[in-house]
Design a protein around this ligand. Structure first.
Ligand SMILES: Nc1ncnc2c1ncn2[C@@H]1O[C@H](COP(=O)(O)OP(=O)(O)OP(=O)(O)O)[C@@H](O)[C@H]1O
Length: 238
């Protein structure tokens, strides 16, 4: 299996504080990789380095065979930030169609993206009048509309009810089945089990990089939250 992303010795400082401390990992193509860790552990910073919008102090980040931030990657990566990046004075459908046009995609694909995030019933509604969770999903529709090779999603399921969350995770796996690589951050450990692979980070260092089952086996913990705690304890003992 080839890797979509390779990160070597990545060091990032933000506001004079070291946030990522020489992090190295590889993210395989065509799978859903979860980036899990407590609030402030450096998840968003790592995602920013991957999409090429973060100044890095050291190390390398290679994405789809190119250095992160290369112009050639712009149409190949979809990025959903934590703050919804949509126009509040346009409808859901207009937003999705606008982003589709930027990627040279037809309006039909924009409408499919709106359906995929469960917003078909609100497609004609102004984004400014949507609930927070709906607005997040409108933002997600705009991120997936270009049919990117790599989709980087920063906490895409925050504020969603369990049914919608399950639907969205099913959508992520369908996309992976069609060859898209997904990197999805979350600090909700019950979402970890839905991923093909997991990166667990804490205080800017990688604590684990494996499948959920391998992490369970290595820690003799079925519950991934307990497994995460066990890995932290092991790290402290070492
Ligand atoms: N613009 C900034 N200037 C200075 N420090 C920053 C800046 N942005 C983030 N940080 C710090 O970098 C660290 C990592 O932040 P980051 O947003 O990557 O964490 P996170 O794991 O994504 O957190 P959360 O789950 O709460 O979104 C935190 O200590 C944060 O305070």
């Amino acid at each position: 299996m080839t890797d979509a992303i390779t990160i070597t010795d990545l060091v990032v400082e933000r506001g004079r504080r070291r946030v990522l401390h020489g992090l190295s990992c590889a993210i395989p193509r065509g799978l859903v990789t979860g980036l899990l860790g407590p609030s402030g552990s450096g998840k968003t910073t790592l995602l920013r380095a991957i999409v090429g919008v973060q100044v890095v102090r050291g190390g390398t980040v290679t994405v789809l065979g190119e250095p992160a931030g290369s112009a050639s990657l712009r149409h190949r990566i979809g990025y959903m930030t934590q703050a919804p990046s949509v126009y509040t004075d346009l409808t859901v459908r207009e937003n999705a169609r606008y982003f589709a046009a930027l990627h040279g995609r037809p309006a039909t694909e924009a409408d499919e993206a709106v359906d995929a995030v469960g917003l078909a019933g609100a497609r004609g509604q102004l984004v400014g009048t949507l609930s927070g969770g709906q607005r997040n999903r409108a933002s997600l529709a705009c991120a997936i509309v270009g049919r990117p090779d790599l989709l980087v999603l920063d906490e895409p399921t925050v504020g969603l009810d369990p049914v919608l969350r399950a639907d969205l995770w099913a959508t992520f796996h369908e996309m992976a089945g069609r060859g898209t690589t997904l990197l999805v951050s979350s600090h909700v450990m019950d979402e970890a089990g839905r991923c093909d692979r997991l990166l667990l980070i804490r205080e800017g260092r990688l604590v684990a990089d494996d499948t959920p089952d391998a992490i369970r086996a290595a820690t003799a913990q079925h519950d991934l939250e307990a497994a995460f705690l066990e890995l932290i304890r092991e790290g402290a003992r070492a």
